[in-house]
Design a protein around this ligand. Structure first.
Ligand SMILES: *Cc1c(COP(=O)(O)O)cnc(C)c1O
Length: 380
């Protein structure tokens, strides 16, 4: 069996251990501590936002974000449909109701046309959403100017799910800073990792202070343990924040590394009939967390699932594009607004993600490319 090539692996730098050792040497391995404070500051400086709170996962950050935006039982929250389930699970934790919004065919991110339809109907029904979760898919920012214009018109805040897009930009601004709140993930497969972790960011100090309070069991400032409301145990450990500090130092390298991987795939494969790579919108920089493409099987000899199977035979991990959440049994009763025809369903049917780890060697990537070419020529 040939050596396995994975979709997206962690890629450590040289300084993570220095910070982790510091935590050990000072016997500071508990949640919170100097690495956590520094990690929050360093990430805030990098994206140019005023406040941040490090938490145990991206999902926890979204959950806190929704709580802070006032999402409660029976409220409505709009959310991109083409995303990982973690974008929407916290809506259910709050007992609220997700309403899913289709993708735009050019950016693959939230369609403003679908969003507009959803708002118009919500207004007619007399119940506007409490928040809109906009996802930056596979490392590309959504188009925030028109999205924010609509949301501002209805006075509804945006939570930016930037779990996949750290290091990307939108019109010169760093991804994660466009909404009222931004969320990052440092799960093992993301562009940088703490093994597991997340961050909630905002320019609003009150929101971030409250996020820290809720994330530490909503413990009041008293000697005895005083609790007036429900809280969570969501803070990041000082050891893991040390990994994050080291990872932040190599973030720009990881972005350029992933972009180089994308460029090589593009140069080698774009000429094949029916192949179309996820476009990079002119408004910003894509971090190319995962290289993704669609195969139009009316022009190609093999379809997306055929190609995924062919790659698996070569011990190469490839996966379909996210299954849209409105198609998941979990959300079968939730509303969904389309762009025109349902773009997310076409992307799911025709799309796939290719191995994109920066740990992948050039010869490994060539193995992937050769296997794809072989399959596209109908040799399987
Ligand atoms: C990974 C991911 C999350 C969740 O992050 P975790 O740290 O794994 O909880 C949320 N949204 C999107 C779009 C993601 O890709």
């Amino acid at each position: 069996m040939k050596e396995r090539i994975h979709l997206s692996l962690a890629h450590l730098g040289n300084e993570e251990l220095t910070y982790v050792n510091e935590a050990f040497e000072t016997n500071w391995v508990a949640p919170l501590g100097p690495n956590v404070d520094s990690f929050e500051k360093e990430l805030s400086n990098y994206i140019n936002v005023n406040y941040a709170t490090a938490v145990s996962s991206g999902t926890a950050a979204i959950h806190l974000g929704l709580q802070l935006l006032g999402v409660r039982k029976d409220d409505i929250v709009f959310c991109s449909s083409l995303t990982f389930v973690a974008s929407a699970n916290p809506i259910l934790y709050q007992g609220a109701e997700p309403v899913f919004i289709d993708s735009d065919p050019i950016t693959w991110n939230m369609s403003t046309r679908a969003l507009e339809k959803a708002f118009e109907e919500a207004k007619k029904s007399g119940k506007l959403p409490k928040a809109v979760i906009v996802v930056n898919l596979y490392g590309q920012s959504a188009d925030y100017d028109p999205i924010l214009e609509i949301c501002n018109l209805y006075n509804v805040p945006v939570l930016e799910d930037a779990a996949e897009s750290l290091g990307a930009t939108y019109k010169g601004r760093k991804s994660g800073t466009l909404g009222k709140l931004g969320v990052f993930s440092f799960n093992g497969n993301k562009i940088i990792t703490t093994s597991g972790g997340g961050m909630l960011v905002s320019d609003d100090q009150e929101i971030i202070d409250r996020a820290k309070f809720l994330a530490t069991q909503a413990r009041e400032n008293e000697l005895h343990y005083q609790h007036n409301e429900v809280g969570y145990n969501y803070r990041l450990s000082n050891v893991l924040a040390g990994i994050g500090r080291g990872q932040l130092k190599v973030l720009e390298d990881r972005v350029s590394g992933r972009r180089a991987i994308y460029s090589k795939y593009y140069d080698e494969l774009n000429e094949f009939a029916g192949i179309e790579f996820m476009p990079e919108a002119s408004y910003g920089k894509h971090n190319r967390w995962l290289t993704t493409l669609t195969i139009n099987s009316s022009f190609s000899i093999i379809d997306s699932s055929g190609l995924i199977k062919a790659l698996h035979q070569e011990n190469i991990e490839a996966r379909p594009v996210w299954k849209p959440l409105h198609l998941q049994p979990l959300f079968k009763d939730n509303k969904y607004y389309t762009h025109e025809e349902s773009v997310s369903e076409i992307l799911f049917r025709d799309g796939l993600c290719l191995p994109s780890s920066t740990t992948m060697t050039l010869s490994q990537q060539e193995r992937v490319i050769d296997a794809i070419k072989y399959a596209l020529k109908g040799r399987y």
